[in-house]
Design a protein around this ligand. Structure first.
Ligand code: MTE
Length: 298
């Protein structure tokens, strides 16, 4: 369709032209949050960060360890075409073109708190779909207990692969019931735009009640297994990073407190806020861990 004039909205990321109050209204944060059964206290902390904040302060070690490295370097990654291997205990294993795997899954908007283990946080309006929809499509077999995920390894563009420290590919895993939980999504967008490379294009996991390192980016493999999968940070340093990595203000990291967090951005709104149990999603997910000692299995 011919469009004679571009409006400001056509050329400016939404967050730059809407103020935060308008944004909350536009995104329906309150109603969405209450629809998901979030407590008043948990809803209160749902003012979204700006698009600029979300896409310029990142962790994506394949592209470097600095917070601005991913935004600077990840643009070189080609995300179309993109193939995802699905294997293990599934009815329909295979190497899927991304659009064949997820093209028919309707996306929705989810505004989630995002809490990094390093004690900074954001609120992100993701676009995506529930992971359980993808898993139903590929058919989870009896006996599957876990889902494991792998990130692409692209040495031509990922300059961070050469520095030591982590073993590549970046890998993460969830228990099957965690993966099937309706709060667990695969994100393909932010603020209604395709997810930028630095945030994990073309598809990344988001598990809002866990520390951010569980939310693995740029996924090329999904495997259903009967054994606890390799998880990069957990295996690199199990004393500091548990397999579960549930956000818990009462269990400190050996080197810093987890009782509060620094909310990124906001200029004069920048502040330190109390960290909430399960990142504010306690009512929805605590029952997954009934009977577990959350201090020992952290
Ligand atoms: N996924 C890959 N492949 N590589 C990474 O280094 N970092 C994790 C997670 N997923 C990481 C990753 C960490 S520590 C965090 S906090 C989040 O991504 C950061 O997501 P964001 O940059 O979108 O805020």
């Amino acid at each position: 369709m011919f469009k004679p004039d571009l409006t400001h909205a056509d050329v400016t990321p939404k967050a730059a032209w809407m103020n935060r109050r308008q944004l909350i209204a536009a995104l329906g944060a309150g109603s969405l949050a209450s629809g998901l059964g979030l407590s008043a206290r948990a809803q209160e902390a749902l003012t979204p960060n700006t698009y600029e904040e979300i896409t310029s302060y990142n962790n994506f070690y394949e592209f470097g360890t600095g917070k601005s490295d991913p935004a600077q370097n990840a643009g070189a990654m080609v995300t179309n075409p993109w193939t995802v291997k699905v294997d293990g205990l599934v009815d329909n294993p295979g190497d899927y073109a991304l659009e064949d795997l997820i093209g028919d899954l309707p996306t929705e908007e989810r505004i989630y708190r995002f809490r990094c283990v390093e004690a900074w946080s954001m609120v992100v309006p993701w676009n995506g779909f529930e992971l359980n929809k993808l898993l139903s499509k590929v058919g989870v077999q009896q006996g599957a207990k876990y889902v494991s995920f792998e990130t692409a390894v692209l040495p031509e563009v990922m300059n961070g692969l050469r520095s030591g420290g982590l073993e590549w590919p970046y890998r993460e895993g969830l228990r099957l019931d965690e993966a099937m939980h309706p709060l667990t999504i695969m994100a393909t967008g932010i603020y209604g735009e395709p997810i930028p490379n630095q945030n994990g294009a073309p598809m990344r996991l988001v598990v809002p009640w866990k520390y951010g390192f569980k939310s693995i980016k740029s996924i090329v493999r999904i495997s259903l297994t009967d054994e606890e999968p390799y998880a990069t940070w957990n295996q690199t340093n199990p004393r500091e990073y548990g397999f579960y990595a549930n956000v818990n203000p009462q269990v400190d990291h050996p080197r810093w407190s987890q009782a509060s967090e620094r909310r990124i951005g906001g200029g004069i709104f920048a502040r330190r806020v109390d960290t909430l149990m399960f990142n504010g999603y306690e009512d929805q997910v605590a029952s997954l861990y009934d009977g577990m000692d959350l201090t020992a299995q952290f």
